[in-house]
Design a protein around this ligand. Sequence first.
Ligand SMILES: Cc1cc2nc3c(=O)[nH]c(=O)nc-3n(C[C@H](O)[C@H](O)[C@H](O)COP(=O)(O)O)c2cc1C
Length: 152
Amino acid sequence: MLYYSHSGNTRVLAERIHEQVGGALVELQTVNPYPPEYDTMAEILEKMVAADAIVIATPVYFYMMAAQMKTLIDRTCSRYQEISNKDFYFIMTAAETDKDLLQRTLEAFRGFTACLNDPVEMRVIYDTGTWNIGEIKSTRAMGEAYEMGNNA
Ligand SMILES: Cc1cc2nc3c(=O)[nH]c(=O)nc-3n(C[C@H](O)[C@H](O)[C@H](O)COP(=O)(O)O)c2cc1C
């Protein structure tokens, strides 16, 4: 079993199940906590609170957003109620050619914005069929991104 738990609830559940099933029990831990004296996230949050529009772009990893982007979203927790009245644009880059299969990644973004006050979802760009480095330069999504920037 693999689990991560910050405040302990998931740990209780995992340990309860582990008692029943046995086997390996692996707890994910934050090995290097962010230094309190210089927190880059505080700067990013300040920009997110001040922005009119927020564009979130991530590669799709196992049909989820990349862990780095999810971590950033989780770290908005201290000020997410101040991220109000923003226009949102979502961009996903994937090797997959069927954009319907990227819906669960999109829904995860929407899970974030559903927690905010008065978000407006402006546009979603699916960059599909991009696997190798550089392939994106000739995709339709590049044109859409250009147009999105022009109209913002
Ligand atoms: C760990 C990993 C998992 C991936 N999982 C998926 C996936 O589930 N579906 C998909 O379509 N592409 C997947 N890909 C392909 C990437 O989403 C794709 O190559 C993307 O264009 C990478 O964007 P980047 O160059 O900005 O990192 C995966 C790539 C990696 C490295």
